[in-house]
Design a protein around this ligand. Structure first.
Ligand SMILES: *Cc1c(COP(=O)(O)O)cnc(C)c1O
Length: 360
């Protein structure tokens, strides 16, 4: 079977050495030495500052909003459910506007007109869908002109650069997920990268029940810390990331060259590097997409309609400013198998099966 995904598995010998040290120290969580080592190594690897490790990508999003002090957010209907659910869970006001037809990322012009219509909006939340960076320059202009914050859901963009600079250096905060299904994982885990140190400091207290050591309780907080055991998995996996990114990007490019003339592919940011996080394709209709998923399944190839349904159809109590592009594409898109345990031959097998599926 060719699986849709398969987690990056830590080398057990290396992991064991870390775990032994954790037990010897008896320091299991609360900003321990491995947590600090992983923080430093990730900041260096990704080329960022003010990176705060957290328990998962969902709390990373919630924390970004809370640390920036925003609660009225315009976002994309085309993302994983956590993008919107994280904020609705904490009773923030959320509204949806449209995506760009070609990249499937949140459209800056649509966000701009939402801001014009609705003056109490204080943040834009955009997902770099499938690891493809949003139009970060346009969002920066919008943010400066209108005094709104920009939060990126960067769960798919580990290791991606735009014009030689980490995509995580755009916006006021970027939320990462290190869930098992992601390009880099700590089993469960995540991080927020803040532009400003003051937001980082605030968030660091917030994930520790609001406690500022030495200063008492300075915020309303929650528990969002990453444990030493999870950090150990991250340290072991991080050693392999150059190879992982290279291999995934090669599979992604092989898929794209084999499929570009037969299905619609999202238009990629022209200055971005590739991390091969996902392999999305768009079929002519939802029926064709379903047909292809079933045909591939008959031949032991997993694929999935991702993302579906659109989030404005899930969170129906939120304002929607009109989402024709999202409505048009949402049911036709599916993701093909792409993970570290796949070989180039597997990609060729999938492409051949698509060609003979009868769903084109
Ligand atoms: C995985 C994911 C999340 C949630 O991250 P968790 O670590 O699973 O909580 C949020 N947004 C997007 C786009 C994701 O893919």
């Amino acid at each position: 079977m060719i699986a849709l995904n398969s987690p990056l598995k830590p080398d057990l010998k290396k992991l064991h050495r870390y775990l032994e040290k954790i037990n010897q120290r008896g320091w299991f969580t609360n900003f321990g030495p491995l947590h600090n080592e992983l923080t430093e190594k990730l900041e260096e690897y990704l080329g960022v500052q003010n990176l705060l490790l957290v328990a998962n990508g969902t709390i990373a999003l919630q924390l970004a909003g809370r640390a920036l002090g925003v609660d009225n957010i315009v976002t994309t209907p085309f993302s994983f459910v956590a993008t919107a659910g994280a904020f609705r869970w904490q009773k923030d006001t959320l509204s949806f506007t449209d995506i760009e037809r070609k990249s499937y990322n949140l459209c800056p012009d649509a966000a701009n007109s939402a801001i014009k219509q609705y003056s109490s909006l204080n943040a834009i939340l955009a997902t770099h869908v499938y690891g493809n960076p949003c139009d970060v320059d346009q969002f920066e202009t919008l943010s400066n002109k209108n005094n709104v914050r920009v939060i990126y859901d960067a769960a798919h963009t580990f290791g991606v650069k735009v014009s030689d600079k980490s995509v995580l250096n755009y916006g006021d905060a970027s939320a990462l997920s290190f869930h098992a299904t992601k390009v880099f994982n700590t089993v469960e885990g995540g991080a927020v990268v803040f532009r400003e140190k003051s937001h980082y400091d605030k968030a660091r207290h917030m994930i520790n029940f609001g406690i500022d050591p030495g200063n008492g309780i300075v915020e309303t907080g929650i528990n969002g810390k990453l444990s030493e055991y999870h950090a150990a998995v991250g340290l072991v996996n991080l050693e392999r990331m150059d190879n992982v990114l290279e291999h995934r990007a090669a599979l992604f490019e092989l898929y794209r060259s084999g499929l570009k003339d037969i299905v619609e592919l999202p238009e990629w940011h022209s200055k971005a590097t590739l991390n091969g996080a996902y392999m999305p394709i768009k079929m002519r209709s939802s029926e064709k997409a379903k047909q292809l998923i079933n045909k591939l399944a008959d031949n032991n190839i997993q694929s999935r309609a991702y993302f579906s349904p659109a989030l404005n159809s899930v969170f129906t109590d939120c304002i929607s400013y009109g989402t024709p592009n999202s409505d048009e594409v949402v049911d036709g898109i599916l993701c093909l198998p792409l993970h570290i345990d796949m070989a180039k031959e597997d990609v060729i097998t999938v492409i051949e099966n698509i060609k003979k599926s009868g769903a084109l």
